[in-house]
Write a protein that binds this ligand. Sequence first.
Ligand code: HEC
Length: 132
Amino acid sequence: MKLRAALVSVLGLIFVLPMVHSQMAFAAGDPARGKQIFIKCQACHSVEKGVNKVGPSLYGIVGTKAGQVPGYSFTDAMKNSGLTWDEATLDKYLANPRQTVPGTRMVFSGLPKEQDRQDVFAYLKQAGGASQ
Ligand code: HEC
């Protein structure tokens, strides 16, 4: 009986630990909530590959260099910003686009709430296939 109990707790650890771990990985941002917040961006952005609207397609944007989306005409300010869209940079940009990239054509006041920015980041990461 003792052996069986030990076996059950070992098995428990094997199954429970990875679940705890993956939940921790998602704790920072909730992509489902991010999708709702992205409604604010949708007037100008799509996450479909190659679909440029007023703003460029944000398909696979996470990890790319600013101002590189094919077929979209960026401002020099964006092209020459030297930014790479990692989590920290996107967070800063989405908090205040025109302060982070002076001269950008993105007329959006920003997302003041950190949780909103993290959720949008999680959504964009998923939308670009980066987490798959
Ligand atoms: C009113 C239209 C508008 C809204 C709303 C808007 N954007 Fe933009 N966005 C633009 C435009 C225009 C550009 C191109 C800027 C430039 O070339 O200076 C841009 C550029 C970007 C870029 C840089 C893309 C690249 O390839 O370098 C990111 C990232 C971005 N927007 C994210 C967002 C997110 C996320 C939201 C919503 C929270 C949002 N935008 C809301 C118009 C908008």
